[in-house]
Design a protein around this ligand. Structure first.
Ligand code: ADP
Ligand code: PAZ
Ligand code: K
Length: 249
């Protein structure tokens, strides 16, 4: 069994797959190292032979987590490293080391699945869009605040925007003009994300006509589904790229 980890700024997504056929034995999303260890240990019949990880966290945090996992499960954790080119995709950053590894792996995964021009929209702590042309050239992309950041900026930089998580969830039952603070903020932020997604798709169309694939991923992908009806929602897109960048036998 292989352990796969995607360490974002807010959450760690993990899953355990069988080495032979990649059938998923378990997985989840956690907000702490301790919760991660507990959840992995609870996988039925766990027998890990290796692990691969992508992380956008600091080197220190990433190393510490690798050590913790290595000591707990007696495995070596392979961490995906930046590359100028891989699997037919050419990194479009002036300095390829600076491109977020989650973006790079999602782009690799998307190009592999689309076998042609593609746009990746990844909505997590930050919102990201990346463009890969038909010939595999990564054209670059965009970063904007995601739902958690927009929300917390409004809460921390205003005096009168205060509400709890339960009412936030209820507010998203509709996107009609809000009649309470929570509705106005939550729906306003979702519309920001939808606008971001729409503009990226417009830009892809200007570049490639109708000949491209849109991928939607990240924890908040469902919030923009209606604004991007043509998009393929692929929650594990980063894991697709991770397996390509860190093959384990
Ligand atoms: N089960 C879940 N647990 C936590 N957040 C979730 C879950 N499902 C969806 N989300 C949403 O996903 C967002 C985080 O997305 P994610 O892609 O995991 O971010 P990051 O990679 O930056 O940590 C949160 O803002 C939350 O709204
Ligand atoms: C843009 C990001 C912060 C997104 O992080 P996430 O929302 O996945 O937690 C991450 O991809 C990152 O740290 N990138 C480095 C900067 C760049 O890509 O230009
Ligand atoms: K991420």
């Amino acid at each position: 069994m292989i352990l796969e980890l995607d360490c974002g700024n807010s959450f760690i997504k993990w899953r355990v797959i069988h080495a032979v056929d990649a059938v998923i034995a378990g997985g989840g999303i956690v907000d702490s190292d301790q919760a991660l260890l507990a959840e992995i240990a609870a996988v039925h019949g766990l027998r890990l032979t290796g692990a691969r990880m992508v992380s956008v966290r600091s080197e220190d945090e990433t190393e510490a987590l690798c050590r913790l996992l290595g000591d707990t499960f007696a495995i070596q954790v392979h961490v995906a490293q930046p590359a100028k080119a891989m699997a037919g995709v050419i990194n479009g950053y002036e300095d390829h080391l600076r491109l977020g590894m989650d973006r790079w792996l999602a782009a690799l995964g998307a190009y592999h699945l689309a076998k042609g021009a593609c746009l990746v929209i990844d909505l997590g702590t930050a919102g990201k869009a990346d463009f890969v042309a038909t010939d595999g050239e990564h054209l670059g992309g965009y970063i904007c605040p995601g739902m958690p950041l927009m929300r917390s900026q409004l809460r921390t930089h205003t005096r009168r925007i205060r509400y709890d998580d339960a009412s936030a969830e209820r507010a998203l039952g509709s996107l009609a003009p809000g009649r309470s603070t929570v509705e106005a903020v939550e729906r306003g932020c979702v519309l920001m994300l939808q606008g971001f997604a729409r503009i990226q798709i417009e830009q892809a169309r200007a570049l490639w006509g109708d000949d491209f694939t849109v991928f939607l991923t990240g924890g908040d992908a469902p919030l923009v589904r209606d604004a991007a009806p043509q998009a393929r929602i692929v929650p594990d897109l980063v894991f697709v790229g991770l397996a390509m960048a860190c093959p384990l036998n």
